[in-house]
Unconditional design. Structure first.
Length: 532
């Protein structure tokens, strides 16, 4: 593989890569969904047409354009069209309830929203009517369905009615968009309160995707995208990453393990990305036995730590496997495991930071700590968000005086430079005066035979202040007793780290992206204690 193939060119705006590949590989597939197959030439035409319509409809630089949709070509067309003319795209998760939809739209105040009116069994007509009462000036453009009362038009009608923008006007608008301008807003999960909108610029998105290409170079590049469109995993790690490499995104509107395996074979997927939960479900699917994975070159998980069982199972497939660490505010991954990483390194760490990013571990006063000492991860470089949308205080709090981004994640750096994640700052608790890092205990539990997944939360205790409550999901047909789990923990952990309560359960509550929902576990723990 040549350097040119491995690392895409450095262009100013994320949307510039569409023009680049439409000129050089116009007939190459860019987007696929079912029987819908869109080449780079066709994609450029669709994006140009919508960009012209947005300009004619009065969309100005800095206006927000929202989208409520599944992982679908429509979402990416709207994102590229809006960001290419200086508007700021906002993604909405179809799983949002009315209150969540209203909050994000009221906070971001978009000019237009492109929406589906029905997804699966859910009809959004009532939600749309409720939101229209709160935001009467918001214009609605319907994707793929008949317009609802009060909506402006269908997508095709909107484009047809606003098709008089001159090419020179479109070129001038795009030329006026700077690399440092915002391209999109991604709302965080809101684990510590109302979600905040992380504003992400064109340049940061480009830099992060190019860095990922240097670590995950894959040719030909064909990816599978089933992530919700309001998540950086969908927008950055898969969609923009694939666009920068001139590859093809194969969309799956709703994650399904059997469908994933079928698409990997039928669409010749070469880069298989996901979170640990999606990989676990896929490996356990009945269709996995005999699945055709011949075209897969790289398997990468992120978003959460993989269990020892999962990593051994992935390694047994004989493919290149790796993991990384990042968050919405870092735009993309800021650590990567090495190509020759051992299984132990893949289990215990998230790899090393690349040289173009600054990453340090600091104590509570912001002072760097030596290798082997726990502290907060801070990040510096071109891989950071611009700030939080209309929250100057939160933005100021997110950075120190020297511009280091405070991630809120606790970790330690090993002497070999690999980073060991210890959990979120708000998840760490003191028990009898000692700090307890949940991920350390979860890894010990996941090494116990028959354990598929483990999660630890801190719960109030009158004697120790806080103690651990472990939730454990066993392997299918495995029999696990609480006594055996406690004995295993006592053999491998100091006594203050041993959970004081265990719950063996068939499942764990999950956030839409596939991470364990620890807030829901806190509720489940309280309900269990009350029932007891």
């Amino acid at each position: 593989m040549t350097e040119e193939t491995a690392t895409p060119p450095l262009l100013e705006r994320i949307s510039d890569y569409l023009t680049w590949y439409a000129q050089r590989t116009p007939r190459a597939e860019a987007l696929v969904l079912g029987t819908q197959r869109i080449t780079y030439q066709q994609l450029a035409f669709e994006v140009d047409s919508l960009s012209c319509a947005l300009i004619a409809a009065g969309v100005r630089s800095g206006d927000r354009i929202a989208t409520l949709a599944t992982p679908h070509p429509d979402f990416f067309i709207v994102l590229l069209a809006a960001s290419s003319i200086g508007a700021i795209w906002v993604g909405l998760n179809p799983r949002y309830r009315l209150e969540e939809l209203t909050y994000v739209l009221s906070d971001s105040r978009p000019t237009l929203i492109f929406t589906r009116t029905r997804i699966g069994a859910r009809d959004y007509d009532a939600d749309i009517a409720s939101i229209q009462a709160v935001l009467p000036t918001l214009r609605w453009i319907v994707l793929g369905d008949d317009p609802v009362p009060g909506a402006s038009a269908s997508l095709s009608a909107f484009v047809a009615a606003h098709s008089n923008t001159k090419t020179a006007t479109l070129v001038a608008r795009r030329d006026g968009v700077r690399a440092t301008d915002p391209a999109l807003i991604i709302y965080t999960s809101g684990s510590t309160g109302y979600p905040k909108g992380a504003v992400i610029g064109h340049h940061a998105l480009v830099v992060c995707c190019r860095t990922q290409h240097r670590h995950w170079a894959t040719h030909p590049l064909r990816t599978l995208n089933f992530f919700p469109i309001n998540h950086i995993g969908c927008v950055g790690d898969i969609s923009c990453f694939t666009l920068l490499g001139g590859g093809c995104i194969v969309f799956l509107e709703q994650f399904d393990p059997t469908a994933c395996l079928a698409l990997i074979a039928a669409e010749r997927i070469s880069f298989w990305g996901g979170v640990p939960t999606t990989f676990l479900l896929t490996l356990q699917a009945a269709a996995f036995e005999g699945a055709d994975l011949a075209t897969v070159q790289r398997i990468v998980w992120s978003g959460a730590a993989g269990s020892a069982e999962l990593i051994h199972a992935l390694a047994a497939l004989g493919k290149w496997i790796g993991t990384s660490y990042g968050l919405t505010e870092t735009v993309g991954s800021v650590t990567f495991t090495a190509p020759n990483a051992t299984i132990a390194t893949l289990i215990d760490t998230v790899g090393r930071p690349p040289p173009e990013y600054g990453l340090r571990i600091v104590d509570e006063e912001g002072r760097p700590v030596p290798a082997g000492m726990a502290g907060e991860i801070q990040v510096h470089g071109e891989c950071r968000m611009i700030g939080y949308w209309q929250r100057p205080e939160a933005t100021a709090e997110a950075f120190d005086t020297d511009g280091w981004l405070k991630t809120g994640d606790l970790a330690e750096m090993r002497p070999d430079g690999n980073v060991v994640l210890l959990g979120r700052r708000q998840d760490v608790f003191k028990s009898g005066g000692y700090n307890v890092f949940p991920r350390e205990i979860e890894q010990v539990l996941e090494r116990f035979s028959g354990v598929r997944l483990a999660a630890l939360i801190g719960v109030a205790d009158p004697l120790y202040g806080m103690v651990g409550h472990a939730f454990v999901v066993p392997e299918r047909h495995a029999t696990i007793t609480i006594e055996d789990l406690a004995c295993h923990c006592r053999q491998h952990l100091a006594n203050y780290k041993v959970p004081k309560a265990f719950t063996v359960t068939s499942d764990l509550p999950m956030l839409p992206i596939g991470k364990i929902d620890k807030r829901a576990l806190v509720v489940r723990s309280k309900e269990g204690l009350a029932a007891g």
